[in-house]
Design a protein around this ligand. Structure first.
Ligand code: FAD
Length: 411
């Protein structure tokens, strides 16, 4: 493992980027996971770089990680997403809220190259994640997991799965939502009994990353693998989801990194391609587009860095929820526009597969959907801005209307 000073993480990623870039189109076209990139990430210490040193990580901050993710996303979106989930997703929740046994168990798996899967979404519970129906029933020292998750990133390639489920006691009382660590042994291709990976989604972008439907049919989990939040299951989902704020910053950074990569390519192309006897870079219409793209990448980067840095002073150790939501919302929407404009500058060449722009355009489209949609993030930001709750269920909304101090008398 290389010991690096924080200002060198970014340089390390820059050194690796050309390796990742060289095969980015291949993973996309063949829809295969970039297994060959994993040893590079492991050797550089980037898988689990944010894990504490006592567990074998580099003890790097989320801000360090964001610097790395941007450099890799410019080159290969797929590899950048792996770095996000090996530092900021399920593993960050386990390292923050798990028992010593769980940390000792999970950290080495990630440091050796695993991209853990975080399993929240269900067919009937997408944006309304707390309406999940997957259950974990307690029997003695075991939990029995039943339910279906879908759109889970890492189908068949992830060993560790952090599965969120509704915890029921033996009297069938609903105790709240907790996380359960399910380990799939890839070396022997063995799933825990009752854990089934079904269909792979056919995605428009990020084609090398398998998305899947997972089924849990009476899967037995030893209680040692139950991630019970400190505040108990009742309020626990909110606590565990603080870890998700880091994943949002990571996802926003991948989007920003794709946009930054597209902008670099567009700037070079404008200087090399001539029309009407002049380089394209001399046309003011295109110069102004570059100015807008440059400004939006810069603004995204500042917001993402601010959100990442907020973890350093926050009581949870994770980025501030509102800063993370704002940064992901802004960066993901801005990136779609920037990549689209970059593609435009290449004309027909951008639309074809001679250039990576068409892949980047398909890849970047995901980031206003996965990890909290743009609309759900707006609900959260609006609630914070207005200083009020923004319940989305019909009953929640009606209850709030009844008690709101702003209610019009006689309504
Ligand atoms: P819905 O919730 O059905 O929403 C449909 C539309 O309605 C959206 O535009 C949404 O913004 C809008 N909408 C819904 N409610 C409101 C509201 N109250 N106000 C305004 N608009 C609203 N999930 C995981 O658990 N783990 C993963 O690893 C994972 N990876 C993913 C990878 C990809 C590539 C994608 C695309 C998704 C992934 N997801 C994952 C699922 C993702 O988190 C969900 O898609 C997302 O939460 C939205 O849920 P949904 O698709 O069911 O849309």
């Amino acid at each position: 493992m290389i010991a690096v000073r924080p200002n060198l993480y970014q340089e390390l990623a820059q050194e690796l980027a050309p390796i990742f870039e060289s095969r980015a189109d291949e993973w996309d076209k063949t829809r295969t996971y970039c297994w060959d990139n994993i040893p590079h990430l492991v050797d550089a210490g980037l898988m689990g770089m944010t894990l504490p040193r006592e567990y074998g990580g580099l003890g790097a901050s989320f801000h360090d990680c964001v610097l790395v993710i941007e450099e890799i996303a410019k080159a290969c979106t797929l590899t950048a997403r792996i770095v996000v989930e090996a530092n900021m997703g399920g593993i960050s929740a386990i390292m923050a809220y798990g028992s010593k046994f769980q940390k000792d168990y999970c950290a080495p798996i990630v440091l050796a190259g695993d991209k853990p899967a975080i399993c929240i979404t269900e067919p009937e519970a997408g944006s309304a994640a707390t309406e999940m129906q997957t259950t974990a029933r307690k029997y003695g020292d075991r939990y029995i997991l039943n339910g279906t998750k879908h759109w889970i990133t890492g189908r068949g390639v992830s060993k560790l799965h952090l599965v969120f489920a509704r915890v029921m006691d033996d009297q069938n009382n609903d105790l709240g939502i907790g996380g359960f660590i399910v380990h799939r042994d890839l070396s022997q291709d063995i799933n825990p009994k009752g854990f089934e990976i079904r269909r792979r989604e056919h995605t428009m972008g990020l084609c090398g990353m398998p998305e899947a439907e997972l089924h849990f049919n009476d899967v037995e989990i030893d209680e040692a693998f139950a991630l019970e939040p400190k505040s108990g299951y009742h309020k626990g989902f909110a606590e565990l989801m603080t870890a998700y704020n880091s994943q949002r910053v990571g996802a926003g950074t991948v989007a920003m990194g794709i946009a930054a990569g597209a902008l670099d390519r567009a700037k070079n192309y404008l200087k090399s391609r001539e029309q009407f006897g002049r380089p394209l870079s001399e046309f003011q219409g295109l110069q102004w587009m570059i100015a807008d793209m440059d400004t939006s990448v810069h603004a995204s980067r500042l917001m993402l860095h601010e959100a990442a840095r907020s973890a350093e002073t926050s009581p949870t150790g994770f980025p501030d929820m509102n800063l993370a939501a704002r940064a992901k919302l802004f960066a993901s929407e801005a990136a779609i526009k920037t990549v689209s404009d970059a593609l435009q500058m290449f004309g027909a060449r951008g639309y074809g597969d001679q250039e990576p722009l068409e892949r980047m355009y398909r890849d970047v489209r995901m980031f206003t959907i996965g990890g909290g949609t743009a609309q759900v993030l707006r609900n959260q930001i609006a609630g914070q801005a207005l200083g009020m709750k923004t319940p989305q269920t019909r009953t929640g909304y009606l209850d709030q209307a009844q008690t709101s101090p702003f209610r019009v008398v006689g309504e």
